[in-house]
Design a protein around this ligand. Structure first.
Ligand code: FES
Length: 80
């Protein structure tokens, strides 16, 4: 894929499409966006910014809705 970029997820490099949202990139690798206080794996549901299930930490900012954010080279994502 010629438009691949590398982001970091929980400290590990991940190759993703530059046209992918962070939520889609995480789902493609079966990563949850976060883990609830009960230990449940949470992933994107609505894909349009309404449900808040896709929240993750991105470049140090907490609770970012990853379904509304395109991947950028060097982006650092934390899901826990
Ligand atoms: S998937 Fe619902 S707000 Fe992102």
């Amino acid at each position: 894929m010629h438009d691949e970029i590398v982001i970091t997820v929980n400290g590990e490099p991940m190759r993703v499409s530059a046209r992918s949202t962070v939520a889609a990139a995480l789902a493609g690798e079966a990563f949850p966006c976060r883990v609830s206080v009960r230990g449940e794996r949470r992933m994107a549901v609505c894909g349009m910014g309404a449900c808040m299930e896709c929240r993750a930490e991105v470049d140090g900012e907490l609770h970012v809705r990853t379904c509304e954010l395109l991947c950028r080279p060097g982006m650092r994502v934390r899901t826990q």
